[in-house]
Design a protein around this ligand. Sequence first.
Ligand code: MRU
Length: 367
Amino acid sequence: MKVNGVAYRTIWPAGDGRTVEIIDQTKLPHDFAVARLTGLEEAAHAIRAMLVRGAPLIGATAAYGLALALAEDAGDERLEQASAVLLATRPTAVNLRWALERMRARLAPLPPAERAAAAYAEAAAICDEDVAINRAIGEHGAALIRAAAAAGAPGEPVNVLTHCNAGWLATVDWGTALSPIYAAFEAGIPLHVWVDETRPRNQGASLTAWELNRHGVPHTVIVDNAGGHLMQHGRVDLCIVGTDRTTADGDVCNKIGTYLKALAARDNGVPFYVALPSPTIDWRIGDGVREIPIEERDGTEVSELTGITADGRIETVRVTPDGSPLANPAFDVTPARLVSGLITERGVCAASREGLRALFPDAGRAA
Ligand code: MRU
């Protein structure tokens, strides 16, 4: 996507042929900054501290992180150690494990002298595939928005509610949940997006709003608790969210608060769609509530808020009483029964084992 007229992805190899550049998402929306990753530790830190975030981008960054590690030492031990460091950065998005397993399957059989070059090539392939997958998700999802527009009053915008940031910043490009929105917008379908702020880290208010604003897509930022009220009053036509891990039975794990939106959508007859690239499917598990590891992040994300002051300074303030205990589960699981459909690169399917298998008959069979 373009920023100030320049086309960007969220991660790319730097001109020196060795290091990697990323958009530092901790600086948005107030500053657009590019950061350089020069080695394994910086890549791991970028994922942990959420300079990069979003399931597909976490996977792509881990792939490049492995390449950076092997550029220093491509022996067997380094391959294992670097993979373990990267795998431990964030527990919930399965794209991380997927990318590292793909990289190791490609690299382990090679002689060490060939591994670094092959690692950069494989990381680039993962990125290119992510872009193509997300474009396809956009086309399939846009058909749902087009259908909603046709069912509504002529010329009236389709109101789509989204949670967190599953836009181009969460992927290498285009996004998952926002890709259908961009595709529908480009096709001239009138639409408007309700953007959940997404406490505690505000990925909706800071990242989704920034993306949509840049792209000229009509949108309104709302507090997380407003969605149910808007649905009760007929002001949401459909919800589209992303997912960090989708089970073989169609349960989806996404940013904390997604489950409550799905419950409100069900109670109000609002379709609730989840957009996902196939590397987000964990074919090894079925019951998301019991089997998906939920990341617990630092309590300061709950107690503190960062923003820009009227005179342009970035400041962090505490909003809770000193000493109050804090809990910060970062994701929740929405059971498949609450999901109207899964938007994948191969089309839209039911959120069920049968639905997913019909689109991906051979995936994950060896696991
Ligand atoms: O904690 P984050 O910002 O990495 O969480 C991101 C999300 O929850 C996204 O919705 C999810 O990764 C899907 S991204 C295409």
